[in-house]
Design a protein around this ligand. Structure first.
Ligand code: A3P
Length: 319
């Protein structure tokens, strides 16, 4: 069921007044339950926390924005549905952007969409950027499984800078050093959408350590390095492992090819379409490389994330 919109609006305005605020590329954000929410998504976050009823068979993709969400959406959808699609040419990725195939809880399901999620056949596939601790309670208490993808902080930051300037309202603004400095400073202080970065990553990391059946923790860099091994692991975690026959044939290579950045970027739907009111589909596909930060940040600038790295290392995680 959907919350009553006007009532929620009123309560939300009251709540916002009481919270710390900041901005990210011109967007107002508020610090809520320990993480930074961009204002337009606030309502969807609260509505998902209040109304979402996870089922044991649900699959949830979790990530910070720009960590590889689009890639994982394509892979998860393709792995789960591979038996239902007769030929690759009929694949839904040819006509739909990956974000249409796996909707985000807080800005699709509980904000824009009118679809009743209880009607979706299982396994239901959703995505979220909400940190682990703030997830709707039923996601944590049910047997619903979570795939988390993270990305090294510097590439994640550079990707985010590009993305926020693709937002319609920011079109035409050029990414310059001053803007990078200003936002890198915020980033290192934890002031980024859904940040702090390290809290987000460690929330899911710690849970994956405690409960590996529940959370599969992936790294963008690892996926790039050995995509095949990661896809095999992902399929096992999703309870649809590749058969011996599939593994011997070219099924896995076909998935890798279909979901590659090069392939998705060239599809008409991603060149010209738009999946939401904020972005054109092409904004989701840029370079997808490891180490692109070196093209934008000097070494002294990059060193500013050392504190983030240290916090990760102290918790037993390193890239
Ligand atoms: P870059 O900006 O570094 O190119 P998200 O999907 O979480 O928004 O992350 C977007 C980043 O993933 C972008 O990184 C984008 O280019 C990259 N990306 C999108 N689709 C991809 C794919 N199929 N394979 C690899 N990287 C992909």
């Amino acid at each position: 069921t959907k919350p009553h919109h006007d009532q929620l609006e009123g309560e939300l305005q009251q709540l916002l007044l009481s919270l710390p605020k900041d901005k990210w590329f011109g967007f107002p954000m508020h610090l809520y339950q320990g993480f930074w929410c961009v204002d337009p998504i606030f309502e969807g976050i609260i509505a998902s926390q209040t109304h979402f009823n996870a089922q044991d068979t649900d699959i949830m993709l979790a990530s910070l924005p720009k960590a590889g969400t689009t890639w994982l959406k394509s892979l998860i959808f393709t792995i789960i549905n591979r038996k239902n699609i007769s030929h690759i040419s009929q694949h839904p990725l040819h006509s739909k952007n990956p974000h249409e195939l796996i909707p985000h809880l807080e800005f699709k399901v509980y904000k824009e969409s009118q679809q009743d999620v209880d009607e979706i056949p299982s396994p239901r596939l959703f995505a979220t950027h909400i940190p682990y601790l703030a997830l709707p309670e039923s996601i944590k208490s049910s047997k619903c499984r979570i795939v988390y993808v993270c990305r090294n902080p510097l590439d994640n930051f550079v990707s985010a800078c590009h993305f926020w300037l693709e937002f319609d309202r920011n079109k035409g603004i050029k990414l310059d050093t001053e803007m990078i400095e200003e936002h890198l400073d915020k980033y290192c202080k934890g002031v980024l959408p859904y940040g702090p970065y390290e809290d987000h990553l460690l929330g899911y990391w710690n849970e994956s350590m405690k409960n590996p059946q529940k959370v599969l923790f992936l790294e963008f860099e690892g996926l790039k390095k050995d995509t095949k091994a990661h896809i095999i692991r992902l399929a096992e975690f999703l309870n649809c492992p590749f058969s011996e026959e599939e593994a011997k044939g070219d099924a896995i290579d076909e998935i890798i090819k279909l979901c590659s950045l090069k392939n998705l970027k060239e599809m008409e739907v991603n060149k010209s379409g738009r999946v939401n009111q904020w972005y054109e589909n092409k904004a989701y596909f840029r370079k997808g490389e490891v180490g692109d930060w070196t093209n934008y940040l000097t070494l002294p600038m990059a060193k500013r994330v050392n504190e983030i790295q240290e916090k990760l290392e102290n918790a037993g995680f390193s890239f």
